[in-house]
Design a protein around this ligand. Structure first.
Ligand SMILES: [Ca+2]
Ligand SMILES: [Ca+2]
Length: 310
């Protein structure tokens, strides 16, 4: 009797492990083959040699890049602190220019920028930057843009903002933020991924209120907002989906749609693929933004690319 119980437990554990193994292969897209699809006139952007994990383009055509991210488990080819660059997308002859950051030495020396977002109020442009001064430590730095300089205004930290990847600003110092790990403890987060137990969150932050507004992501990464400010889009990079949320009162998010990105290499993909590369031109792309017929593509630790959208 005891023996059959042990055998049943062993079979159940093996079945679960097998199921998780197959699921994990799906999560990491282990069997995917990338077929190259290029756009016309793609050019690597000068000066961006250590990644441009995130970028955003203002309505006047000024693109802002966060570069030089050092992230646990990812390659990094520069020991220097991260930098911010800008590029006038409307000037086809222009190259990205380093932005001068006016801040205390401590921030400059440990600057490790990740996701970025811009908020415009009257004539002032505010740039909000996720920063990791140490591994697995997150803060949001708020700057004001003046000419090509970033004037430091404020540092935001909070226990709920523990593994921030990206933000979307809704005020000078209020934003939605994604956590790409369920915990700053690497082991605990890894267990949630291995067990398929989605625990990552989206947090709303304002000086008056900080709250989890959406949860249940395996790894919440990019976040953006519809132009009318009513919808928020969150990409879950391990679940291969984009969840569309409606913003409700109190900034709570109600899911309205999940866009599963599947069959992306087939003739009938559910999303339109405009660019794909096998790593020959750009490795590990993390962000893309269109402007005036151009598409800018950034990467976690490699280069950045400017292409014509057909
Ligand atoms: Ca962003
Ligand atoms: Ca990201």
């Amino acid at each position: 009797m005891k023996l059959s119980l042990v055998a049943a437990v062993v079979v159940a554990v093996c079945a679960f492990a097998g199921h998780r193994f197959i699921k994990l292969r799906e999560v990491v897209l282990s069997s995917r083959e990338v077929s190259v699809k290029h756009l016309p006139n793609c050019q690597l952007l000068k000066n961006l040699d250590f990644g441009a994990e995130d970028l955003t383009i203002l309505s006047n055509g000024l693109a802002i890049f966060s570069t030089g991210l050092k992230y646990p488990g990812m390659p990094s080819y520069s020991e220097d602190p991260g930098k911010m660059y800008s590029l006038d997308v409307l000037d086809s002859a222009a190259d990205p220019v380093e932005m001068e950051i006016k801040a205390e030495a401590e921030l400059l020396e440990s600057f490790n920028p990740h996701g970025i977002s811009v908020f415009i109020e009257e004539d002032s442009v505010y740039v909000l930057v996720v920063n990791h001064p140490q591994p697995r430590h997150s803060q949001v730095q708020i700057f004001q843009l003046e000419d090509n300089d970033l004037i430091h205004l404020k540092t935001v930290t909070h226990d709920l903002l523990h593994s921030v990847n990206d933000i979307i600003a809704v005020g000078v110092d209020s934003f939605f933020a994604t956590n790409d790990a369920s915990s700053p403890n690497e082991f605990l987060h890894l267990m949630t991924v291995l067990l398929g137990y989605p625990q990552c969150t989206v947090v709303y932050y304002s000086p008056a209120e900080v709250t989890v507004v959406a949860a249940g992501f395996l790894s919440a990464n990019g976040i953006n907002m519809s132009p009318d400010g009513r919808m928020v889009y969150v990409s879950d990079i391990l679940d291969h989906e984009i969840v569309v949320f409606q913003i409700n009162e109190g900034h709570h998010l109600t899911p309205v749609k999940v866009i599963r990105i599947q069959n992306i290499q087939s003739d009938r993909p559910l999303v339109t693929q405009v660019f794909a590369d096998d790593g020959t031109t750009i490795i590990g792309s993390s962000v893309a933004a269109p402007y005036g017929g151009k598409l800018l593509i950034g990467s976690v630790y490699h280069k950045a690319l400017s292409c014509d959208l057909e």
